[in-house]
Design a protein around this ligand. Sequence first.
Ligand SMILES: Cc1cc2nc3c(=O)[nH]c(=O)nc-3n(C[C@H](O)[C@H](O)[C@H](O)COP(=O)(O)OP(=O)(O)OC[C@H]3O[C@@H](n4cnc5c(N)ncnc54)[C@H](O)[C@@H]3O)c2cc1C
Length: 352
Amino acid sequence: MTLDANAPAPHAPPIRTDVLIVGAGPVGLFAAFEAGVIGLTCQIVDALERVGGQCIELYPDKPIYDIPAITSCTARELVERLLAQCKPFDVPIHLEQRVETLEQRDDGRWTARTQHGLVFDVAAILLAGGNGAFVPQKLTLAEAAPLEKRYVHYSVPRLADFAGKNVVVAGGGDSALDWALALRKVAARVTLVHRRAGFSAADSSVERMRRAVDAGEMDFVVGGIAALNAKDGVLRSLTLRQIGGEVELEAEHLIALYGLVADLGPIAQWGLTIHGGRVDVDTSNYESSRPGIFGVGDIANYPNKQKLILSGFHEASLALRKAYAYAYPDKKRVHVHSSYDAKLAEKIGAAC
Ligand SMILES: Cc1cc2nc3c(=O)[nH]c(=O)nc-3n(C[C@H](O)[C@H](O)[C@H](O)COP(=O)(O)OP(=O)(O)OC[C@H]3O[C@@H](n4cnc5c(N)ncnc54)[C@H](O)[C@@H]3O)c2cc1C
């Protein structure tokens, strides 16, 4: 498994592989393993900066009880196990890459492009995009957009960018608390702003934050952000709405961590038949209305679809068998049970 979050070199040739897996949630990760078992090469892209989809973004520490043969494991452990399972196939994973366009060429293969310029040349596409790409929930204030990236941020790519600065972190979830705690070590001042005194973060994070506030290492202010005050295009302060009225809080940078929202986004423009934000598929092979594009996991729509991880595993397994026919139209694939697959045993044995 190779994690790659970098932009491609200019004019880099398209990356040629059998299958492009869109989404590194649990279903996309299992699909990468299954592709290797079947004899297909693949690469994964995900819009987020980390793998795991909903498991990591929404409930990393919650136990899951309905994965076959695993009595109980947290969502984070499941993702770690899935990564370990596909490790022998060394599948490249391109993070922070949202697939934007998809075009079918005259030779039947597909060209897929991401927003940061990666180009793929593939025989089939496996959409394991869940409810769509997760994107940060942004501030609705009109003055936020022109300040975005320089003074208003929705993620923290590098702590060092905030060294010696007066930073406000807004939000009450794990992300907001964890980043506020991390930033207090490099920033001149960190203030956590949340609209109420209660948090949706883990109790341990809340406890650490309160200890840091008591120790004078950071501040915590209850209030909603009513306005951003900038002069000459530079953020100077925030206006906070509180029960007693409005107050002004000096800030050089605002990091708003209000969570993520799913957005089907570009997938909706690819000419697929879509109902209720999900891609219609044929349950014999999970192929969409466009041959060569498959929908598996939560993004798949068919009668009686259950949004369960185990359903997605089954769907991916069948879809990839059909994808094989696109990648190797002249070859007949002979099914071998994994327990009798000597090549697979050797590969997995060597990687363990
Ligand atoms: C709180 C909670 C508890 C749950 N508990 C259980 C449980 O106990 N058991 C169970 O079976 N299921 C459970 N589920 C459901 C389960 O998490 C989902 O069924 C599962 O995550 C679906 O996996 P997926 O890989 O299809 O999609 P996701 O996990 O949603 O991952 C999709 C990925 O695709 C990426 N993506 C989308 N579009 C693009 C694009 N254009 N370009 C690049 N990347 C893109 C997204 O960024 C995301 O990372 C639970 C869900 C929730 C919210």
